[in-house]
Design a protein around this ligand. Sequence first.
Ligand code: MLT
Length: 210
Amino acid sequence: MSAEIAGFVHNYLPGERDGSGVTLLLLHGTGGNEDDLIPLGQQLLPDAAILSPRGKVSEHGAPRFFRRLAEGVFDHEDLVFRTHELADFVSQAADQYGFDSAKLVAVGYSNGANIAASLMLLHPNLLRAAVLFRAMVPFEPEEMPDLSGVPVFLAAGRRDTMIPPDNTERLAGILRQAGANLDLRWKNTGHPLTYEELEEARGWLTRTVQ
Ligand code: MLT
């Protein structure tokens, strides 16, 4: 059942006792909600806790994590505000639910992956690791954050019409420059996720954060 912290409607599911202690921060795509990615999170890392908020911005009724001016053109001021707001929600949720915030791993799809990337750029110490499905550059950082050794799995589709491949490559460049330990996987596919990618992400997560 959904609850609310700092104005974020969300789900929290505790992890297995004696498990990895990881909490997956699930961030849905445009038009999704706090329920959408739960089966995916449970498949990716079955013993992990799950924190899954609903984006607060409504685009003609479709929930998002920040405003955009057009497809792929972001409202920078809103993006920065929403990124700090989400970081604040996460730390309040850690206090309330008692999960280990040092073991927080973001899993984002599309708009959710973009705010996860923004979280990494503006709060480089918040995430232990990130899985970004179909992500693009949220903004060009004026100062490069220190993401030394932060593991990032970035899964992209060469035929994605929403996320231009050269934009994903630019994001990969920023993450590498910031020192992240990037695993970039290209598939000959479009915006929707494929079973193969989920399997690869599952293997990567199990090796990386267990
Ligand atoms: C975004 O607005 O974050 C991207 O265009 C992807 C999306 O719409 O989910």
